[in-house]
Design a protein. Structure first.
Length: 137
């Protein structure tokens, strides 16, 4: 995957996407432990099924973390100073997620980018979308 620097970016440019591997229940359990979020909808298949979800859900913040990881893979980021997203669909274990970003504005002097970010499933349904403000190295 190409890693972009500031000189290679233009406004409205759509950046390369990154697809995840299928999300496993083990990844979910580790993420829940790391974030101290033991919601039974994420960890207890029976509970989530009884609640009408048909099984465990993937935490929304797990998808957000995939998007943040994606940004670090494609850009030489010093920091992400702002991140504002809307969660639009639920995600279940086994799904593969594709993250992508589009450059909205560039401030070359401040090395600052505003990006539109999104995550979608294999059916191209938007799961999460929003904006990120990044400062590049």
């Amino acid at each position: 995957m190409k890693k972009y620097n500031l000189e290679q970016l233009t406004e409205n440019q759509v950046l390369d996407f990154l697809s995840s591997k299928p999300i496993s229940r083990v990844q979910i359990a580790k993420f829940c432990a790391a974030t101290n979020d033991f919601n039974p909808l994420f960890l207890d298949h029976h509970f989530a099924n009884e609640a009408g979800f048909g099984g465990n859900l993937v935490p929304g913040n797990f998808i957000l973390a995939l998007c943040e990881d994606y940004l670090h893979h494609i850009l030489h980021i010093e920091s992400i100073t702002e991140l504002s997203v809307t969660f639009e669909k639920l995600v279940w274990p086994g799904e593969e997620i594709q993250c992508q970003a589009q450059v909205i504005t560039i401030d070359k002097k401040a090395k600052r980018l505003e990006l539109h970010i999104k995550a979608q499933n294999h059916s191209k349904e938007i799961i999460l979308q929003g904006t990120a403000i990044c400062v590049l190295e």
